[in-house]
Ligand binder design. Structure first.
Ligand code: C5P
Length: 404
């Protein structure tokens, strides 16, 4: 399955660059072709000669080499690969990617590519934690870029410890293998996919609302992954913390009732994934004016049930998608509750996760899920939310093909 695949490896200028030699060796052992591009800074850490000796191909370093050579341009270079891997992805490279800068061969190839991109960040922990890097990473994730690492550990600088070490070659290899095992770039071509994401805000009065801790990271990652797999995607999002994914039609809503209306307006679709954390209840009579303190004591909020969007779509008499996927956020008896929910909601799959505070899943970047269907329960390994999204999308593509 891996043999014959081609990886374009962009080596950035970090102390971890030497680990790329090991990564290339392991990729080659699996029959994966590797073509390498090195930034100028990377060449301070390893030489093009040693990288070329292992890839068995010429190493590219200069944007202008390519035009001089006539045989390969940077567009071709970036498109002949099945996957682009950036390792080590320095803070500088990530910033350039997030902003679409292209001032050398590596960044030009990144901007020119139409292929999936996996980055393995590596930098000093303070640089990794810096708000600018956080912003850039959020943007890259929203753009559908996959990430592996970084790991926590001792840094090259003495006395420095923290998150920022590049993932080990074995981990990067596993991420590459998972990628090739997962969604193919065109596996959802011609399909329409609807995704709900984020929390809902249920108004109490014009300035106050009831909400929950959903960030929208998982739902947005699913929308981005479905887009990367070639689908036409509608994302109906409550007030999420993450930016809109590119190439996706995003409809912003606030309340459960608005979300319900937007979902109905966008049917029919081939598959629908309900990742939003929809509020179960809303305030019966939201006040039109701001409720004043002190008048008539403490206000009593009367709650009423919100429409269940997932159940309504799964039981839709005319427009039920072929595949309806719900999420179940539970804090105990995760799989049992998910099984019960499958029945209750009438959906095909439930993606169940444990959101008790100790797991850090709610709002975090990693997710541990179980896929529950009539066929049984699958326990998936913990993975970045982007990775979980790609696996789910690969499964959706396979299910739609089976039932076509
Ligand atoms: O019942 P519970 O809220 O645990 O179900 C979670 C699943 O149902 C999620 O997929 C969520 O998006 C969906 N849901 C919905 N509308 C609601 C409540 C939940 O679509 N009002």
């Amino acid at each position: 399955m891996l043999a014959g695949k081609r990886v374009l490896l962009l080596i950035g200028g970090g102390i971890a660059a030497y680990k790329c030699l090991e990564l290339v060796r392991r990729l080659k052992e699996r029959g994966i072709g590797v073509r390498a591009v090195m930034t100028q800074a990377a060449q301070k850490f390893v030489t093009p000669l040693s990288v070329g000796a292992i890839t068995g191909e010429r190493v590219f370093t200069d944007l202008f080499d390519l035009t001089a050579e006539h045989d390969i341009g940077h567009i071709r270079l970036s498109r002949e690969a099945d996957l682009v891997v950036v390792a080590p992805a320095t803070a500088d490279l990530l910033a350039k990617m997030a902003h679409g800068l292209a001032d050398d061969l590596a960044t030009t190839a990144l901007l020119a590519t139409d292929k999936p991109v996996l980055v393995a960040p590596a930098m000093n922990p303070r640089m990794w934690a810096h708000p600018a890097t956080r912003r850039n990473m959020a943007q890259l994730r929203a753009d559908g870029i996959a990430t592996i690492g970084p790991n926590a550990g001792a840094m090259a600088e003495r006395d420095e410890f923290g998150e920022g070490r590049m993932a080990e070659p074995a981990q990067i290899l596993a991420a590459i293998e998972a990628h090739f095992a997962g969604a193919d770039a065109g596996s959802l071509k011609g399909r329409r996919i609807l995704v709900t994401s984020g929390p809902t805000h249920e108004p109490i009065d014009p300035v106050r609302y009831i909400a929950n801790r959903s960030s929208g990271k998982q739902g947005h990652a699913i929308a981005a992954a479905a887009r990367a797999a070639g689908a036409q995607v509608v994302l109906i999002s409550g007030p999420a913390e993450v930016p809109d994914p590119q190439g996706v039609t995003v409809i912003h809503v606030e309340s459960a009732r608005e979300m319900m209306a937007a979902v109905e307006e966008n049917l029919p679709v081939d598959a629908a994934v309900f990742a939003a954390a929809v509020a179960d209840w809303r305030v019966a009579d939201a006040s039109e004016q701001k409720i004043k303190k002190g008048e008539g004591g403490v206000p009593l909020l009367q709650l009423v049930e919100n429409p269940d969007i997932l159940a309504a779509v799964a039981r839709h008499p005319a427009l039920r998608p072929r595949l309806v996927v719900g999420f179940a956020a539970e804090t105990e008896h995760v799989v049992d509750h998910a099984r019960a929910k499958l029945e209750k909601k009438g959906c095909d799959w439930i993606v169940a996760n444990d959101v008790s505070p100790a797991t850090g899943i709610m709002g975090g970047d990693v997710n541990t899920v179980h896929l529950v269907s009539a066929a049984g329960v699958e326990d998936w390994p913990s993975a970045a939310k982007g990775e979980v999204a790609r696996h789910l999308v690969a499964r959706i593509a396979a299910a739609l093909t089976e039932t076509a």
